[in-house]
Design a protein around this ligand. Sequence first.
Ligand code: BTN
Length: 311
Amino acid sequence: MVKRTFNRVELLKILREEKEVSGEELAQKLGISRTAVWKHIKTLIKKGYSIEVSKKGYKFVEKVIPLSEEEFSELPFKVYCFKKIGSTMDVARKLAEKGEEAVILAEVQTSGRGRLNRTWFSPPGGIWMSLVLKPSLDLKSSYILTYIASLATALSIEENTKIKVKLKWPNDVLYEEKKLAGILLEIQAELDKVKYAILGIGINANNFISSLEKGAISLREILNKEVNRKEIILSLIQHLKSLLNLNREKVISMWKERSSTLNQEVKVITLGREITGKALDIDEDGALILQTKDEIQKIYSGDCIHLRFIS
Ligand code: BTN
């Protein structure tokens, strides 16, 4: 058998021509193994191609209709929509430094970032946004913003899709223990006052994620249809506004009602330490209260793993 060199253009051509094509068929046409096909498909998805992966095979999905600034003209601040940028967080910081309150949206982020310096995969179809806020908060109360952001995200998802979501400490939005959305908070303070806050919100909306990340899922994958990103964004902003006007106790109590962390055995990785225990409560200063083997501990930041759900 003559060994053929693999050509990615050929793979894209077949995907464009066929409605849906199995791994087996692709392997035969391209003269490579099914594992190699999967590897190349993953690379294409990482590059931003919308390829749907199912048990039957692979298919190109229709192009995402980009969000546009005009769609948000009713808002009292500027919305910037980018086709492709590094990270909405960087644009947000520049605008914040100029004193602007704004929302920045991107169809694709090439250097999307998550908490704890992780990479945030941001292909077309997702909601990748940063909001520049100038809340009148002192620095020690600024923790409330992450609770507000995750709560507003959960409420807007529930309102627009009718699915039930849960919140994982400190600020993940989960659907059946799979990550649907995450929040990144960056704060600039002057003396003890918050000068500005940048809320980075990433929602797996119309993108496909579950075949790439075991612990993640998108709204499209849950509902088997596309969601209206504009409506989700508008209601998220509306919820943010209302929650910012509530007192902190109320926000925490609403957050706790939707929490999947409380009453669970968890492992929290914080400041290079691992602490295992039962999540008892969220304190009024935003800390997670953990009952460990020996004592009660308060934890202010970290990565939380729900032990019951580890497979
Ligand atoms: C997390 O780790 O859970 C937080 C993810 C935050 C991702 C969003 S997407 C929009 C904004 N821009 C980024 O680079 N990150 C945040």
